[in-house]
Design a protein around this ligand. Structure first.
Ligand SMILES: Nc1ncnc2c1ncn2[C@@H]1O[C@H](COP(=O)(O)OP(=O)(O)OP(=O)(O)O)[C@@H](O)[C@H]1O
Ligand SMILES: [Mg+2]
Length: 420
């Protein structure tokens, strides 16, 4: 089924140019199969893909014919075809194989059912379907979320992505929750949606258990904000939303899931590969909420703790310094202790100050107006890179120039080593 043709690019059809010659291989895919790829870890070992025949998509986004897409290091993806295609892969991926076993038909049927609900709700003048993804870690929740949103965008819908997974942060840095209006399918190279119409809430930790009360407060605020958006924008109202959640589904993690479902009054919960969670949610959520079990794709790749830690670090670094080739230069300046107030939500004043002043590692800060989750979110983030207790100043790394837009800084639990 696969066509093997290792050659040197340039001799056999690579892009040539300045790059050193690289191996490439044409993969012929039959209908309803997918090519699964994992890009290597190292920066600089580029993998490019190009569709040379037929039609294909990457997690719901159509692949353009004869256009090269570069994969970021550590990226894992599947190029799926409904009707058959040939994909050229240039470079040496860590993993590459074709699979005929995919749950794509079930995922497509789910999308069709959700869109039918959108039509019905639109006729009745109600908010479109609110769909929540649930399941343990590494079952493909974020991927299915991306697929459903990209399919909806391809139909001209404008649903919202609601990201409640504070561990990864698909829209902003880890430790944040967000509502993002999706108007176009996700980008194949970055896997991200256009972030312009996003509302980001700073929670400040990578698991809901760090400050459960704050987590639920922020979720409740986001749900209220989503409803306000629906009132203001008819396209958002008819599009509804798709909610991504953490993979922590035990104990308080389960309570967090139930809270998200209740706050957003979800219509459908798609539970990936978890029978007990399906039954628990059927028991605990209102009978009007449909709980749909779905299988996980065999292509989903389990990621180690170290892998996740590096992804989190990269996400924070990108927030300040951008992503190649669009590198940014953040600002670094000093602020006097007397010009700012530093808060930590849920900490006792004295204990917090001692910890902060003796702290040697960089700590990130979110600026905000007040103490509650509702008031703190949309400010820009900064990281303090130095504390001078004698001069009573703090050196701040910030995407915005001096002066700070607000005087109240909210200290979070995220840490970021600035090796730039
Ligand atoms: N069919 C597939 N083929 C190849 N890779 C895949 C496939 N589906 C998902 N992946 C990859 O597997 C990894 C894990 O998937 P995903 O992030 O969707 O899981 P998750 O359930 O959201 O995990 P978490 O609990 O950490 O949030 C991702 O890197 C994703 O790109
Ligand atoms: Mg995820």
């Amino acid at each position: 089924m696969t066509t093997l043709s290792y050659q040197v690019a340039g001799a056999g059809g690579g892009d040539g140019g300045e790059r050193p010659p690289r191996k490439w291989k044409d993969w012929a895919l039959e209908r309803e199969t997918e090519l699964r790829l994992e890009a290597p870890d190292q920066e600089g070992s580029l993998i490019d893909i190009k569709l040379v025949r037929g039609t294909a998509e990457v997690f719901g986004t159509e692949v353009a014919r004869n256009q090269s897409y570069s994969l970021c290091p550590r990226m894992k993806l599947a190029i799926f075809t409904w009707h058959g295609c040939t994909v050229r892969v240039e470079g040496e991926p860590q993993v590459a194989y074709i699979s005929e076993e995919t749950p794509m038909i079930m995922y497509l049927n789910t999308h069709i059912a959700v869109d039918q609900l959108r039509h019905r709700r639109e006729k009745e003048g109600q908010i479109g379907p609110r769909v929540m993804l649930a399941g343990a870690t590494d079952v493909g929740k974020s991927t299915l979320c991306r697929l459903l949103l990209s399919y909806a965008a391809r139909l001209g819908r404008q649903p919202c992505l609601v990201d409640c997974d504070v561990g990864q942060g698909s829209v902003s840095i880890p430790g944040s929750l967000c509502v993002l209006s999706v108007e176009r399918p996700a980008d194949i190279e970055t896997g991200e949606f256009n972030k312009q119409a996003s509302l980001v809430y700073s929670y400040g930790a990578t698991t809901p258990s760090d400050n459960f009360k704050l987590y639920t407060t922020v979720v409740t605020s986001m749900a209220a904000m989503f409803r306000e958006r629906c009132t203001a924008r008819p396209a958002t109202k008819s599009g509804g939303c798709v909610i991504n959640t953490c993979g922590w589904v035990e104990g308080q993690g389960y309570n967090a899931l139930v809270h998200v479902a209740e706050a957003f009054e979800v219509d459908v919960v798609l539970v990936l590969d978890h029978e007990r969670l399906t039954l628990d949610l059927q028991r605990d959520l209102p009978k009007t909420t449909e709980i749909v079990p779905l299988p996980k794709s065999g292509g989903v790749v389990a990621r180690t703790r170290e892998f996740r830690r590096r992804n989190r670090e990269d996400a924070v670094r990108e927030y300040f310094y951008g992503k190649r080739p669009h590198l940014l230069s953040p600002f670094s300046f000093e602020v006097a202790f007397s010009d700012i107030q530093i808060c930590k939500i849920g900490a006792q004043a004295a204990a917090f100050f001692v910890h902060f002043s003796s702290c040697s590692s960089p700590v990130s800060l979110a600026s905000g107006d007040g103490e509650s989750g509702r008031q703190c979110p949309p400010g820009p983030r900064g990281a303090h890179t130095d504390v001078d207790m004698e001069a009573k100043t703090l050196t701040v790394l910030s995407p915005a120039p001096h002066p700070l837009p607000r005087k109240i800084l909210i200290r979070t639990n995220l840490q970021f080593m600035d090796f730039q």
